[in-house]
Design a protein around this ligand. Structure first.
Ligand code: GTP
Ligand code: ZN
Length: 288
């Protein structure tokens, strides 16, 4: 039996027996540390990730870029959802910042409490599309999910309460079916994603830096004080945002460190395994 993840599609026979797991087209995973370092599956088959951020003092471009890197690594579509529109005096000021960061990124402003406002996300919440949420605590992910679910959220509860046998759990806690037929995926693991083995995702998120870096004189240019650094000169001459470069370098370093730590852990575990193996073997030999 394969290892399953939230979001997996499986084929069952007519009596509910497992036949096979359908190939995943996107996957969020985490390298789990423990006695055995393995990959922990978090969510699969997500089409779109809503990167949720509120338009107040919590708004942070660096954090949005971090979530973008994770989502891009998983190969999913991204939408920046800016919440708390009702309490924000100058929403444009936030939209412009996201737009300046990446003009191709879809950005939507909403009041998560208002169904009419949340309708703006309807284009992604359609049958055949699975949407997941990334964003720090308090930005309004749960509120957004409840508003998107609307009546059907209450209906689900009512059915459960009425059912003495408690068998009507058609939706799991992590997956919600929208009236439109779209799926919302909200698993706690998504909220604690760390940056490891995420180099490609970071490169995709900062593609303008990655492109410029190819032109630096040294292949391993760190874009600090090296001569012939095209990235540095772009900050001075063509308006590349220094914040972008700083965050790019920071996220790269973080993912390298985490990846290295994982590799070390794996090596240590392998070493430990070998010790145990040879210990057992020597014990067997003594007995024999
Ligand atoms: N005025 C206003 N309040 C909002 C909006 N979105 C969320 N809130 C409020 O912000 C608070 C936090 O919202 P949650 O939906 O619990 O946030 P969350 O992102 O799910 O937080 P975690 O569960 O900790 O990850 C709640 O009191 C919401 O009612 C919005 O668009 N406008
Ligand atoms: Zn350089």
């Amino acid at each position: 039996m394969p290892e399953f993840s939230v979001g997996d599609w499986i084929v069952l026979d007519s009596s509910g027996g497992f036949i096979r797991l359908l190939e995943r087209f996107s996957l969020f995973s985490r390298k789990a540390a423990g006695t055995k370092v393995t990959t922990q599956l978090i969510a699969s088959n997500i089409d779109t990730v809503f990167i949720v951020s509120s338009m107040n003092q919590d708004f942070n471009l660096n954090r949005i870029e971090r979530y973008l890197a994770v989502a891009n690594e998983a190969g999913v579509e991204t939408v920046v959802v800016l919440t708390k529109l009702d309490t924000c005096k100058h929403p444009d000021q936030y939209v412009v910042q996201v737009h300046d960061m990446d003009p191709f990124l879809s950005t939507v402003t909403v009041n998560s409490l208002d169904p009419e406002s949340v309708c703006k996300l309807g284009g992604w919440c359609i049958e055949g599309n699975t949407v997941a949420f990334l964003g720090s605590s308090g930005v309004g992910k749960s509120t957004l999910i409840n508003t998107l679910l609307g009546e059907s959220a209450q209906q689900t509860n009512a059915i459960r309460e009425d059912d003495a046998k408690g068998r009507h759990t058609t939706t799991s806690r992590s997956i919600h079916i929208l009236p439109s037929g779209g799926l919302l995926l909200d698993t706690p693991g998504m909220r604690e994603l760390q940056l490891a083995e995420c180099e490609q995702g970071i490169e995709d998120t900062f593609s303008e830096i990655t492109e410029l870096a190819k032109l630096c004189r040294f292949k391993d240019c760190q874009h600090e004080n090296e001569p012939g650094c095209v990235v540095r000169s772009a900050i001075e001459s063509s308006g590349l945002d220094e914040r972008r470069l700083t965050n790019y370098l920071k996220l790269m370093k973080e993912q390298e460190l985490n990846t290295a730590t994982l590799a070390e852990k794996r090596a240590r575990d392998r070493e430990f395994g070998r010790h145990i193996h040879s210990y057992k073997k020597s014990k067997r030999n003594k007995k024999g």
